[in-house]
Design a protein. Structure first.
Length: 732
């Protein structure tokens, strides 16, 4: 049961903490970051005393305090927690605390719930903080209109809710992400100046240019060093991220980090008794750089009850193998080749449903095309299962082609304004999932497909962005529909999963356009990019892993040359790159040479050997002075074993790499090291490699952990777009 809190309360887990003082009229945040320990009354009083800032010239005449619900009433001139009005009134929130609940969990963490009342707008507000055992802080708010039914007062128009936490003065550098199709999660850094750095997403989904995980840290923070504070908005629709620094600071803090969903004008109108709950914003802190931050998110996700526990099956997806050419004999041969090299799940991609000969028609008609599949999908499904593989299917339920029976029968189900639909994108429009009839149609169609063919896996795509996402009403009374669309999507996926508990679903959205913890709460993996070019994938997968652990990231090996970039690539580089995730194949195996099939078979065996490690260990990435080289890996709990990738992307001025540390190992232990050669040797830009590599190619080399983790190993100089696998095992 929640305890009656003391004046100062803490949430503590895994070396992180949030400390709040229950001041009146509004509690204030004293600290977010490193765990300050078990604070005595005297410790708490000292923290409170030192949280009082100076009163500045030309300022409010009391010390500024950063509260849990910052508003102008506190003297806060930055982005407020709440914005809205009642027919133009009630615009200046004046909140007071009405209750607090605080509970702690035995394995670390706990929950703090603070109840507030805004007398100006007659609203009840609940702010909840939950610190999980991994040290990730989930923050959520709910706003309720207290007006009684029948009250003649105007509804409350909620414009914005922003969940904010303070940052210290030493956090002066910002890292977030941008991107485009086939180049998702491209990092960008900037110095934090005065004012606000704001990112808004207006695509109806996080988008391929999603800010993803906004991180602020000490200057020059890297993977293995620096103190960092991060935020991820766990929402699959429009979003807001911001970091803001005012000259007067935020109490004794220098800046704030925050965000939430982006609401469109008029989207949330709270009538009497109605309420609105925000998505969860996930805040996390680490003193161990970006790897420390990633480790917290990975541990949080792996602790979920629904997190995949069994071996992640090796996949073959038919898209780059056959595209829309769904010839049964060709697909049967493809399945034979797939099973022969160890594939465990065969996925039939786009092109199987009515009228779908290209991307200009058919979306919405979720029945098997009788012209192409006169006997339905059963001949293929039965053959796939006879070969011992699972069966998966591509769908894009949220979309509709203008050239489809569904669009012709139910044009009213299309999301868009009464004045007329705008241009198509990807030759498609969006279905209004908030329409009960459209929602039920999709659930029935998907349920029928999964039942009829005992589908194990759905690749759930979402290709177009949502422009003019409004729900049409009578007499032109259109209303914004972006939030309702996401809510309905969540309900649709939840309902399908309830009917089919063992069904796995992948979140795909033109590749990596919907990678967020909202969709991952109800799906089993994400597709990070439509680009299978290994050179691009090294970066895409590297940064996707800042939030999502490898077992939830689809990593497929594609053909050479790449279908998205036209770039050729060596088998070794492509196979090593695709190993570090939930691996798969995206190429026509019937056109592979015996040598190519042999390497794919070896890679398949290697994946099955290492997936217990890759899908449970800690992701580590080395900080290297030469951006043309990468070293990343996965280290087991207790540093008992590890697998590293040493890769070169381009040429660079330096001829030697120098000593490169292998992060994550125990410097006090002994290890044996070898280079795995099953996928072939990389092409080298040297006459002879470092001496240890010559021995490690023939077998194990014993080396002390201090050499590996502290001194480092000289690495061979690879040619561009080459990679090498290094296996490490602890000596007993």
């Amino acid at each position: 049961m929640p305890s009656i809190p003391a004046r100062i309360v803490s949430l503590r887990a895994a070396g992180a903490a949030l400390v709040v003082e229950l001041t009146e009229p509004v509690p204030r945040v004293l600290h977010w970051g490193a765990d300050l320990g078990d604070l005595s009354d005297a410790d708490g009083a000292a923290l409170s005393l030192t949280a009082e800032p100076a009163v500045l010239n030309n300022s409010v005449d009391v010390p500024r305090r950063f509260t849990v619900w910052p508003t102008e009433a506190d003297g806060w001139s930055g982005t407020p927690a709440q914005q809205g009005h009642r027919a133009g009134t009630g615009t200046t929130p004046r909140v007071t605390s009405t209750g607090v609940e605080h509970s702690e969990e035995a394995d670390g963490g706990g929950e703090l719930t603070i109840r507030l009342h805004d007398a100006d707008a007659d609203l009840d507000i609940t702010v909840s903080y939950r610190l999980d055992p991994a040290g990730v802080l989930g923050v959520q708010a709910e706003v309720a209109n207290r007006s009684a039914a029948g009250d003649a007062s105007a509804p409350y128009d909620l414009a914005e809710l922003t969940l904010l936490l303070p940052l210290p003065a030493r956090a002066t550098e910002v890292l977030d992400f941008t991107g485009k199709w086939s180049r998702e999660r491209s990092p960008q850094r900037r110095e934090l100046g005065f004012g606000g750095y704001n990112r808004e997403v207006r695509r109806g989904k996080p988008g391929v240019d999603s800010p993803y995980l906004m991180t602020v840290g000490t200057p020059g923070f890297g993977f293995g060093h620096g103190e960092v504070w991060g935020l991820h908005v766990g929402w699959s629709g429009d979003q807001r991220y911001l970091v803001q620094r005012l000259p007067e600071g935020a109490g004794t803090h220098a800046a704030v980090l925050g965000g939430g969903e982006l609401l469109r004008a008029g989207e949330i109108r709270l009538g009497p008794g109605e309420s609105h709950r925000t998505p969860v914003c996930h805040f996390s802190w680490s003193a161990a750089g970006l790897d420390g931050l990633a480790d917290r998110f990975h541990r949080m996700l792996r602790a979920r009850p629904g997190h995949p526990r069994g071996p992640r099956p090796l996949i073959l997806n038919s898209w780059e193998a056959v595209y829309f050419d769904h010839d049964l004999d060709r697909l049967l041969k493809l399945a034979d080749r797939a099973a022969g090299i160890g594939v465990e799940r065969f996925v039939l991609d786009d092109g199987w449903f009515t009228g779908r000969r290209d991307d200009s028609s058919g979306l919405g008609d979720w029945t098997v095309d009788k012209e192409v599949w006169p006997d339905g999908l059963s001949p293929l499904v039965d053959h796939v299962r006879w070969l011992g593989m699972e069966f998966g299917l591509w769908v894009e339920p949220e979309m509709v082609s203008p050239d489809s029976d569904l669009a012709r029968s139910h044009p009213e189900w299309i999301l868009g304004p009464s004045a007329g639909l705008g241009p198509t994108a990807r030759n498609q429009y969006t279905l209004n999932l908030a329409d009960p009839d459209a929602w039920q149609y999709l659930l029935t169609a998907l349920d029928d497909l999964v039942r009829r063919y005992a589908v194990d896996f759905l690749k759930w795509d979402h290709n177009r962005e949502l422009h003019e996402a409004v729900r049409r009403g009578p007499g032109g009374t259109d209303r914004p529909g972006g939030r309702a669309q996401v809510d309905a999507l969540y309900r649709l996926v939840d309902a399908l999963r309830q009917r089919h508990p063992r069904l796995e679903i992948e979140s795909c959205a033109s590749g990596g356009g919907r990678v967020d913890l909202g969709i991952l709460a109800r799906t089993d993996r994400i597709w990070p990019s439509d680009c299978n070019d290994a050179l691009e994938r090294q970066s895409i997968q590297r940064w996707t892993g800042q939030l999502v652990p490898p077992e939830l990231v689809g990593t497929h090996v594609g053909p050479s040359p790449s279908h998205t970039t036209g770039r050729p690539g060596s088998d070794t580089f492509r196979l090593v790159t695709a190993l570090f995730g939930h691996a798969g194949i995206e190429q026509d195996l019937t056109r592979c040479t015996p040598g190519e099939l042999a390497r794919l078979s070896a890679w398949s065996r290697l994946y099955r050997e290492f997936r217990p490690l890759l899908h449970s260990g800690r992701v580590v990435r080395a900080d290297l002075p030469d951006e043309a080289t990468l070293l990343h890996g996965v280290v087991a709990e207790g540093a008992a074993e590890a697998l590293y990738c040493w890769a070169r992307l381009t040429t660079s001025p330096a001829g030697q790499s120098g000593r490169v540390r292998l992060p994550g190992l125990d410097a006090g232990a002994g290890y044996r090291v070898r280079i795995r050669t099953e996928l072939g040797l990389p092409s080298l830009h040297q006459t002879a490699g470092p001496a240890w590599t010559t021995r490690a190619l023939d077998g194990w080399v014993q080396l002390p952990g201090a050499v590996l983790a502290l001194a480092g190993l000289p690495m061979p100089t690879l040619n561009p777009e080459q990679a090498m696998l290094i296996e490490v095992q602890r000596l007993s």
